[in-house]
Write a new protein. Structure first.
Length: 173
């Protein structure tokens, strides 16, 4: 009778081992499946995030590569971003310029021209006088173009320092 009990116990243990093995395989498979599904769900998101990072990097490199001051601002003139050339031209770090109005960098009569330009919402240009943070003036050429960013209207404005050209023109004439 003991051998029957041992045999039954052995069968129960063997069945338990099989069940535990099957359960372990099932759980591992489900874990892998879950991991694979998570990877598949995240892959497009990660790709989109990577593409966005690369696009932003190209954008920043482009802004940094130009000699003109570039200002990205709202229709109201609130500065969202400036490039390094703007920082040098107007004597202010970009972090401090962000959030200010672009009108702060223009003398009064040029502000009126700029406001008229913003209201047109189309590409336009004019010459005026810029105002550096140290209070000195510079002759500038301003070109703005309307864009949309994240569903919001913005303007990209390029500012060129034409002081030397103006001085040379007045000496030659």
């Amino acid at each position: 009778m003991e051998s029957a009990s041992v045999s039954a116990l052995t069968s129960i243990v063997a069945a338990s081992v099989l069940i535990m093995t099957a359960l372990a395989i099932f759980l591992l498979t489900m874990g892998r499946l879950k991991t694979e599904l998570t990877k598949r769900d995240m892959t497009p998101r990660r790709q989109a995030d990577e593409e966005l990072r690369e696009s932003e990097e190209r954008y920043r490199k482009l802004l940094g590569a130009t000699f003109q001051a570039i200002v990205i601002h709202t229709d109201e003139g609130i500065i969202l971003e400036v490039n390094h050339a703007f920082e040098i031209m107007f004597g202010i770090p970009g972090m401090l310029a962000t959030g200010l109005t672009i009108l702060a960098f223009l003398v009064e009569r040029t502000r009126e021209l700029f406001i008229a330009q913003i209201q047109q919402r189309r590409e336009s240009s004019f010459e005026g006088i810029g105002l550096r943070m140290d209070g000195t003036w510079l002759d500038i050429e301003v070109v703005s173009k309307a864009h949309t960013y994240k569903g919001q209207p913005i303007l990209a404005t390029a500012i060129r320092n034409i002081t030397a050209r103006k001085r040379y023109g007045s000496k030659a004439g």
